[in-house]
Design a protein around this ligand. Structure first.
Ligand code: GLN
Length: 456
């Protein structure tokens, strides 16, 4: 199995993989064979997986899509990687992504954009574009990804595959190169909800090495996420937020999403109109909080401890400046500047503190409907299908606006899922996938997977 995937990776021109090492992969496959023969295998033993290059790995380079970490190899494995290794999964290599997971199109990677397998002129989405493209092109049966403001759900939607961002704090962030720590959450991208359930079974659980990991007492226990897959959906109340179907939503996306909602009605669910009034504020709020945290997290890349160091400099200050100017790409530099600005004395109250208050109101929006009025919320993942490579690469604000339907879930820390629900074509003449988003209350992952599975 591993050799077959390695051969497919080799002949692919999507730029989805950054680092592959056939001999390491085949050694892991051989070890899995021994386990399979010896009777100590689990359900994932021998199954290949590829990791977003945000998860650090001892045996493969870990670059976070940045020149800053171009030659970096970590002395340890991320907890997520460690858990999949322990389950006997076979590591195929590291997947391309936007630099430090900042982006919505994978065009911010220092190692070149990834192509969308459905149409190589289109972006795969981001920041986990390599993960979604690899699953869609069958270069791997399973992939890890991370979602800070939509980076699992939006690329899964653009590439026509399935991805789930768990409740914040359920998956360990240890060894996940930090972007915005109060938002970052790892999760799987795979072909189906069933596959995602099996992967989550290994991924989720308390980790003492992550200070924001939810504990078992808080409910973060390992569970069998596949247990409810077969449950019928009779009686399910689906909240349909007005704000997710307004101006800016492309007609082809709306049509595919509404058709999916009709299918759920046929499966026994009822649709309930709801409102999430603070939705439009999620963009300014996220683009204050995420850069603020990023500016702090990325201060560690100073040319001293690890990563790139400018080859020539006058003194220490000059070394810092040159190292960071050379190592970080334009989007990362933009975020560091925005983040530093909103945290400045004098601006902190006006921007950062305000954003934190509105963040709470966005979370309250969800709590005012989930449980009382509906069991889950559904809507589009993104306002359009995948755009063309280059179309928005010089327009950061256009990229930010495309995150409108995924950001509030992240700000609230809720689990969210993307499943394929048909095709649109935007203004191009090619078939491009549409994703349906399913949002649930905290710890509702098994329910989301059940709903997705019934649809698939
Ligand atoms: N597109 C968003 C950003 O650029 C989200 C990225 C993510 O979830 N990692 O920040």
């Amino acid at each position: 199995l591993a050799s077959q995937y390695l051969a497919r990776i080799k002949s692919s021109d999507l730029n989805a993989f950054l680092h592959v090492d056939e001999s390491l992969t085949l050694a892991q496959a051989a070890a899995a064979d021994v386990r399979l023969a010896g009777g100590s295998a689990g359900p994932l033993t021998g199954v290949p997986i590829a990791h977003k290059d945000i998860f650090v790995t001892r045996d493969w380079r870990s670059t976070a899509g940045s020149k800053m970490l171009g030659n970096y190899t970590s002395p340890f494995n991320a907890t997520v990687v460690e858990r999949f290794n322990a389950a006997g999964m076979v590591h195929l290599g590291k997947l391309n992504c936007d630099e430090f997971a900042m982006g919505s199109s994978n065009e911010n990677s220092a190692f070149g954009a990834v192509k969308n397998p459905w149409d190589k002129l289109a972006v795969p989405g981001g920041s986990s574009g390599g993960s979604a493209a690899a699953i869609a092109a069958r270069l791997a049966p399973a992939a890890t990804a991370t979602d800070t403001g939509g980076s699992i759900r939006q690329p899964a939607a653009f590439c026509g595959v399935t991805g789930i961002k768990p409740t914040y704090g359920r998956v360990s962030r240890f060894g996940m190169i930090a972007f915005a720590s109060s938002l970052d959450q790892g999760g799987p991208i795979a072909q189906t909800a069933e596959d995602c359930a099996l992967l989550l079974n290994e991924m989720i659980g308390f980790d003492e090495r992550d200070a924001t990991s939810l504990t078992a007492e808080q409910g973060n226990v390992r569970e069998d996420f596949a247990r409810d897959l077969a449950k019928p959906l009779g009686g399910l109340r689906i909240g349909v937020p007005t704000e997710y179907f307004g101006e800016g939503l492309a007609a082809d996306v709306e049509q595919a999403v509404r058709a999916a909602l009709d299918e759920f009605v046929k499966l026994g669910a009822t649709l309930v109109d709801i409102t999430l009034p603070k939705t439009s504020l999620s963009i300014p709020v996220y683009y204050i909080i995420a850069p603020a945290e990023a500016s702090s997290n990325l201060s560690r890349f100073d040319g001293v401890r690890y990563g790139h160091r400018a080859p020539e400099y006058k003194d220490l200050q000059d070394m810092y400046k040159k190292t960071r100017a050379q190592g970080f790409g334009p989007e990362v530099q933009r975020r560091i500047m925005v983040g530093t600005y909103v945290l400045c004395h004098g601006y902190y109250d006006a921007y950062y503190l305000q954003a934190q208050k509105i963040r709470r109101m966005i979370a309250d929006d969800f709590q005012s409907v989930l449980g009382d009025k509906c069991d889950v919320i559904m809507g589009p993942v993104a306002p359009t299908v995948a755009w063309d490579l280059g179309d928005k690469s010089n327009d950061p604000v256009a990229n930010y606006l495309a995150d409108i339907f995924t950001l509030s879930t992240s700000l609230a820390g809720l689990p969210g899922m993307s499943i394929p629900c048909g095709f649109g074509q935007g203004d191009k003449n090619s078939k491009r996938p549409v994703g349906l988003q399913i949002i649930g209350n905290y710890f509702a992952e098994a329910k989301l997977l059940n709903i997705a599975h019934q649809f698939q």
